[in-house]
Design a protein. Sequence first.
Length: 209
Amino acid sequence: MLLTDIAPSLTTKHLGLADYESTWRAMQVFTARRSVDTNDEIWLLQHPPVYTQGLAGRPEHLLTTPSIAVVKTDRGGQITYHGPGQIVAYVLFDLKRKGIGVKELVRRIEQSILDLLRDYGVDAERKPGAPGVYVKGAKIAALGLRVKNGCSYHGLALNVAMDLVPYSAINPCGYAGMQVTDLATLGVRASIDDVMAALSSHLITQLSL
């Protein structure tokens, strides 16, 4: 695990390929134990193949009996897929200390992704009422957050160069027929490490405002 202190109140952690459930439990512990003086953190990683179902998740959005595990988690939203080739960034922030709410946090995270994609020549957009980032209607980044006692955890998932087939077993984020894409499909040939570094930089810029 690589730790980087960006500023007195912000630390990034690079966790490599990390099990979903143990990482989720670690976020819960971190959030429960943090104090008003605890640094905010950004955790950057990939997960082995897993479906995650948010608090609003409905079983009918899982279209088949999957061979991949389904984990019911405490983030907002419906069901999505994580796997190698996708960057996950968890944002563990004291929103009360920053003086922002969850809508502003979502806006800043989305802006980070939009700015990153623009760097690679990809024209992306938001969709009203559907958190995440889209390219020509196809979802390239998903968001799901939890806020407890004014502090956030969970975060975003950006598709870089991954197997997109597992998405066919679900209605991604609860939308029937929702198409998904990744940077590789869009013709961007960049290593996941380079994209992760660029995403980290944009997140730090937006979340340090």
